[in-house]
Ligand binder design. Structure first.
Ligand SMILES: C[S@@+](CC[C@H](N)C(=O)[O-])C[C@H]1O[C@@H](n2cnc3c(N)ncnc32)[C@H](O)[C@@H]1O
Length: 218
């Protein structure tokens, strides 16, 4: 979010698209900090509901609008937005379709910031079931990912590979949720959360990093 705010500074930004906005934290911060209109798009109703509640609590309801749709085919005209972002989700939405939609929907020259899992080193062996979702995603290095972005009409200005502390910050609230679930006897859920964190930690040790790509529409 800070990288988007930085990229947006000095340009006129009146409308921002948060593609795959999830529970809306980034959308809220952007609406608060830029004082502009933000469209939060996600197909998953429970997340949208949480995001709407958050929007009311934070007093940004006038500026933040929710749209239930797929980021593969967003219901907006070309060049409807001054800036766009997709945090942790392009490869979940579908990498090329998500990037192409951002390039279509944001005006030429407008900043687009995306972040995703990338591979620091490629696995020596084909990854098996024990690697869960990590075995299923496409294995791009940061450079290869940037090439896909360029192919989709986004000119990459900067790649920031986040340190291990970013993963720790990401896992910390999940660990609290798991601890609460263990305490409440919801052991199946607690175990699932713990296993997910453990899988990602193994992945980070062996192969993956998390990177943010700062770009603009060509
Ligand atoms: C890892 S979460 C990231 C959410 C949010 N950007 C954040 O940083 O908290 C992935 C999000 O992608 C959304 N998603 C899945 N398929 C999608 C699609 N086809 N179009 C748009 N969003 C999608 C999910 O509902 C979920 O909210």
């Amino acid at each position: 979010v800070d990288l988007l705010l930085e990229a947006a500074s000095g340009t006129a930004v009146r409308t921002v698209l948060d593609l795959a906005s999830g529970k809306g934290e980034a959308s809220c911060v952007i609406a608060e900090r830029l004082g502009c209109k933000v469209v939060a798009l996600d197909p998953f109703l429970p997340f949208l509901r949480l995001s709407v509640e958050k929007t009311h609590r934070r007093g940004v309801d006038g500026r933040l609008h929710h749209v239930r749709a797929s980021g593969r085919l967003a219901p907006f005209r070309d060049r409807s937005f001054d800036a766009g972002l997709c945090i942790g989700a392009p490869s979940i939405v579908g990498l090329e379709p998500a990037l192409r939609e951002l390039a279509r929907l944001v005006r030429p020259g407008g900043p687009v910031v995306v972040s995703d899992v990338i591979f620091r080193t490629l696995p020596a062996q084909p990854t098996g079931k024990e690697w869960g979702w990590l075995a299923e995603i496409e294995q791009f290095s940061a450079g290869e990912y940037a090439q896909v972005m360029e192919r989709c009409g986004l000119e990459v200005e900067r790649v920031v590979v986040h340190g291990r502390n970013a993963w720790e910050a990401y896992h910390a609230p999940m660990m609290l949720v798991a601890a609460e679930a263990w305490a409440n006897g919801d052991t199946a859920f607690a175990a699932r959360v713990d296993e997910g964190i453990e899988l990602e930690r193994r992945g980070v040790d062996a192969w993956i990093d998390y990177a943010t790509f700062v770009a603009h529409v060509a």
